[in-house]
Design a protein around this ligand. Structure first.
Ligand code: ADP
Ligand code: NA
Length: 328
C-alpha cells in the first residue's frame, strides 16, 4: 500500500507566523513528515486575492519559506514549494471554476465573512474563486489527506464535491481527499482576550515568531488571567490561565495534568515566568535558523527550485490527464 500523501498550504504573511499558526498547524506539518509523503506550499496566488505590494509579497514569501525550514520542514523528505512556481495550480483552477455553481461558491462562509467586511468594489473575484484554487492545490497532487481546521472544512467539502463531479463527468481522474484532523492540535487564544483566537488582527495579544523574544516574554508575563489564584485547567471559567497551560504543554511536551500538579501551590507569576523562559528557549534558535536561510539567498533559491521541480513531476501529469479528459 502506498504511503499516504498529504498536502497543505499556508499564505505568506507579513512579518512572521504567530504562535497559533505554529502550535495549531505547522507543528503538525513537521510531524506528518515522519509517516507521510508531504507536499507543503506557500500559497502566494491565494495571497493576491487581497491587494499586495509586489516587493512586500516577494519578501513575505521568502520569509515564510525560511520559517517553515527553521521550524523543521525538511526539503529532503518533503516537497516544499511556492504555489506560483507551479503554473498547473492556476491552470487546473480555471477548469474547476467552470464546474462550480455561482450559488455554490456564494455559500462559502469564509467568502461571505470576508466580503461583508469590505465595500463590494474591493472584494475581488479572486476572493470568490479562492476555494476552487484551493481545490486545485489539493487535487493536482492526488492527496489522500488534507489537514484542516474548522475554518477550512467547508472548502475541503467543496474540493471533494469537485473531485467527484469531475470523476463522474469525465471518468476517474482525481483522488477524493479526506479531511485529516491531527491529534494534539492546540487552539491558541489571544493573550489579552483569551476568548478569541490568537490572530494577527489583534496585535496586542499575539506572539509573533520573529519578534524580539524579550517582547514575547513580556507579553506572556502580562497575559490576562482571572482574579483567582489557583492554577487549574478550566477553559470555560479560567480561559486565560488555561490558554497559558495549553501553550506551555504544547511547547514542553508535558501533559497539562503534569503541569497542573507541578504548579500546585504556586501562583500565576511562577507559571508566567517559567512559560516566558520556555518560549524564549524555543524561538531563539528558530530565529537564528531563519536568519541563516535568509542570508543565503542562493541556497534558499535552490531549495525552492528543487521543490517546484518535484511538485511539477506530480502536478504536470495530473493536469495533462485532466485537460485531455476535458477535451483540450
Ligand atoms: P490567521 O488566523 O492568523 O489569519 P491563518 O488563517 O492564515 O492565520 O491560519 C494558518 C493556519 O494556522 C491555519 O491552519 C489555522 O487553523 C492555524 N491557526 C491560526 N490561528 C490559530 C490559533 N490561534 N490557534 C491554532 N491554530 C491557528
Ligand atoms: Na484566517
Amino acid at each position: 500500500e502506498r504511503i499516504r500523501r498529504v498536502l497543505s498550504g499556508i499564505q505568506p504573511t507579513a512579518g512572521s507566523f504567530h504562535l497559533g499558526n505554529y502550535l495549531g498547524a505547522l507543528r503538525q506539518w513537521v510531524r506528518m513528515q515522519d509517516d507521510r509523503e508531504a507536499f507543503y506550499c506557500v500559497v502566494d496566488l491565494h495571497a493576491i486575492t487581497v491587494e499586495q505590494d509586489p516587493k512586500q509579497l516577494r519578501e513575505n514569501t521568502r520569509v515564510s519559506v525560511a520559517q517553515l525550514l527553521a521550524l523543521g520542514i525538511d526539503p529532503e523528505r518533503s516537497t516544499l514549494f511556492v504555489q506560483s512556481h507551479v503554473p498547473e495550480h492556476a491552470q487546473l483552477a480555471w477548469v474547476l471554476q467552470c464546474m462550480t455553481g455561482m450559488g455554490e461558491a456564494g455559500r462559502m462562509t469564509q467568502f461571505k465573512d470576508k466580503a461583508a467586511r469590505q465595500a463590494a468594489d474591493h472584494v475581488s473575484v479572486g476572493l470568490y474563486t479562492y476555494p476552487m484554487l484551493m481545490a486545485a492545490d489539493v487535487l493536482l497532487y492526488q492527496a489522500d489527506e488534507v489537514p484542516v481546521g474548522e475554518d477550512q472544512r467547508q472548502h475541503l467539502e467543496l474540493t471533494r464535491d469537485l473531485a467527484q463531479r469531475f470523476n463522474s463527468r469525465y471518468g476517474k481522474t482525481f483522488r477524493v481527499p479526506e479531511a485529516y484532523i491531527p491529534k494534539e492540535t492546540a487552539k491558541i487564544y489571544d493573550l489579552q482576550d483569551p476568548t478569541s483566537k490568537m490572530s494577527k488582527s489583534v496585535p496586542s495579544g499575539v506572539i509573533e515568531l520573529l519578534e524580539d523574544p524579550k517582547r514575547s516574554a513580556k507579553k506572556i508575563r502580562s497575559a490576562v488571567t482571572d482574579t483567582g489564584r489557583e492554577i487549574v485547567y478550566d477553559p470555560e471559567h479560567k480561559a486565560g490561565v488555561s490558554n497559558l497551560l495549553s501553550i506551555y504543554s504544547a511547547l514542553s511536551g508535558k501533559p497539562v495534568e503534569t503541569l497542573v500538579a507541578e504548579y500546585d501551590g504556586k501562583g500565576y507569576g511562577d507559571l508566567k515566568g517559567d512559560l516566558a523562559q520556555v518560549l524564549v528557549d524555543f524561538v531563539t534558535p528558530v530565529q537564528e535558523r531563519v536568519r541563516g536561510y535568509l542570508d543565503d539567498k542562493a541556497e534558499l533559491d535552490k531549495i525552492l527550485r528543487r521543490g517546484a521541480e518535484r511538485a511539477r513531476e506530480v502536478a504536470a501529469p495530473t493536469l495533462a490527464k485532466a485537460y485531455a479528459k476535458v477535451g483540450f
